[in-house]
Design a protein around this ligand. Structure first.
Ligand code: NOJ
Length: 550
């Protein structure tokens, strides 16, 4: 099948369904709510939607613990509502991609229930190991969410592996029957008309033979043992050859700890790619050490290094997705921007990534500059990973410090309901919301920004429109200037006779800047900016500008 790579001209919107919009008043976001907001999403200039999981699930990890891959959860409106949304999106020329979560299933999945009973053919669907005679666990790997990577099953009298929550059992992808199941799932949704998949931690699916202890970096929880495991490429190739290559669809693989060099093994367009794009994490690590819970002061140099590494590393070979927020990280304004200069910094952060090469993703609420949620009590957190962190890590620190660790590290910081207006519950639901609404909803909401020319929301619309109009943003080369600056990020994109210069200040003070050599602003047009009264050589707090030459 001739792949059209339509995703290269698109901007995607990520929906984390529980908190997007409740359409039936039960307090939980749902597909009826999504249907109501399709025109809103389209009005941003977004022409694709990535749905975080919509499948039936006990909800231990908010849907990433799936108990049935071939259905849509009743709480989200069931299959009928999904088909309505899918059709509604397609009528608007929008694509829809689903989350494919096949590193693990919920322990409530039929496969697991049968596997623990050793009912064929399910016996080897998961990674089971007997207890060691010395009472030790099968190996020294840690779960990324809670404790060790092994849980004892009373029924089967063996350990099963769970790299995430205890109720998320890792599938045994080495079993060809499991791979056939995955292909069945893919065909089912693609035949229904879905346009592709975001593949959850897919780089973890191939575990090394014998599951050896991690002796090199035990502190890394074993991740370097199973990330990009021995058969990963082979399995992805199999999914691609047997399924994806037969559909005009896109694939986007979540890939923790990946470098551009490694990514090119999978996404090099000049050399039989097995995936279209990968989700790298390095641009999320400019204010923390690998995990958001290990918070550090934001370093622009670190951020720029990561951005440029990916722009340069894939040049001429690969294409990637671009993002500044998703459901796994606290809000970007509260991290890389400034809540004091919320409006200015939200706009600047948008420009900093929207003019790069790649397919941008916007996470729900990002487009209105939503901020982190700061609860006063740790018991209010819902997320499984956050709760475990609170109970088990840094327990000797004073209570306020422990709470702050969660504010800056928890995924719940970005999972509060979308703030639609200033009515009760921010217009998210007419019922009782499943989760807390951020107190600042009266000030920050979609309705108040809709008709305000200077709002973050309308700035996103302008920036996305410009991005789509400029061929140099899609096709141009990338050059970074002032690399050593810890305050300014300046880059250009150039293609044929068209060139843009993007200037972003990450400083809360006025900053002097010099136009890079070779650029004559007299012949340029200022096509986007976040201040109306700017002075040529001084950038105001969090100022951004985009100049165009043609
Ligand atoms: C990555 C997902 O983005 C995250 O939300 C989830 O908890 C883990 N994978 C486990 O599925």
């Amino acid at each position: 099948m001739d792949k059209k790579q339509w995703y290269k001209d698109m901007v995607f919107y990520q929906i984390w369904p529980r908190s997007f919009k409740d359409g039936n008043g039960d307090g939980m976001g749902d597909l009826l709510g999504v249907y109501e907001k399709l025109d809103y999403i389209k009005s941003l200039g977004c022409d694709g939607i990535w749905f975080s999981p919509l499948y039936p699930s006990p909800g231990v990890d908010c849907g990433y613990d799936i108990s049935d891959y071939m259905d849509i959860a009743e709480e989200f409106g069931g299959m009928e509502a999904f088909k309505k949304v899918l059709d509604g999106a397609h009528e608007r020329n929008m694509k829809v991609i689903m989350d494919l979560v096949v590193n693990h299933t919920s322990t409530e999945h039929e496969w697991f229930k049968k596997s623990r009973e050793r009912i064929e053919p399910y016996t080897d669907y998961y990674i089971w190991r007997p207890a060691k005679p010395n009472g030790k666990l099968p190996n020294n790997w840690d779960s990324l969410f809670e404790g060790k990577a092994w849980a004892w099953d009373e029924v089967r009298q063996e350990y099963y592996m769970h790299l995430f929550a205890v109720q998320q059992a890792d599938l045994n992808m080495d079993n060809p029957l499991v791979r056939e199941e995955v292909k069945k799932i893919l065909r089912y949704w693609l035949d229904m008309g879905v346009d592709g998949f975001r593949e959850d931690v897919v780089t973890f699916i191939s575990k090394p033979e014998g599951l050896p202890d991690d002796r090199i970096m035990p502190a890394s929880k074993g991740i370097n043992m199973y990330n990009h495991g021995p058969h990963l490429h082979e399995y992805l190739e199999e999914f691609n050859n047997d399924v994806f290559s037969k559909y005009d669809c896109m694939t986007l693989a979540e890939a923790p700890m990946v470098s551009p060099k490694v990514a090119l093994k999978y996404i090099d367009e000049t050399n039989n790619p097995v995936l279209d794009m990968m989700i790298q994490f390095s641009t999320q690590e400019a204010d923390c050490f690998f995990s958001d819970f290990r918070h550090m002061p934001f370093s622009l140099r670190k951020y720029k290094k990561a951005l440029s590494k990916w722009q340069n590393g894939l040049e001429g070979k690969g294409w990637n997705m671009l993002y500044i927020e998703n459901h796994d990280h606290p809000r970007i304004v509260s991290r890389y921007g400034s809540e004091k200069f919320r409006v200015e910094s939200a706009k600047m952060l948008a420009v900093a990534y929207l003019f790069l090469k790649g397919t941008p993703f916007v996470y729900q609420g990002q487009e209105i500059g939503m901020t982190n949620w700061y609860p006063s009590d740790p018991s209010l957190y819902e997320d499984v990973q956050t709760r475990w962190q609170y109970e088990n890590v840094a327990t000797n620190k004073p209570p306020q410090k422990r709470l702050e660790r969660l504010w800056y590290g928890s995924r719940d910081s970005a999972r509060t309901p979308v703030q639609w207006d200033d009515s009760n519950n921010a217009g998210f639901t007419t019922g009782t919301p499943w989760f807390f609404v951020n107190d600042n909803y009266k000030e920050i909401n979609v309705a108040s920004q809709q008709n305000d020319d200077n709002s973050v929301l309308n700035f996103y619309r302008k920036a996305i429109k410009l991005r789509k109009e400029l061929s140099c943003v899609r096709n141009g080369n990338y050059v970074e200037y002032n690399k050593n600056s810890s305050k300014l990020y300046i880059y250009s994109r150039e293609y044929k006779n068209q060139k843009v210069l993007v200037v972003c200040s990450f400083s809360g003070k006025n900053e002097h800047w010099k136009v890079p050599n070779g650029f004559d602003l007299n012949n340029s047009e200022l096509i986007l900016g976040n201040y109306s009264n700017s002075e040529l050589n001084v950038l105001k707090p969090y100022e951004t500008r985009v100049y165009l030459w043609k």
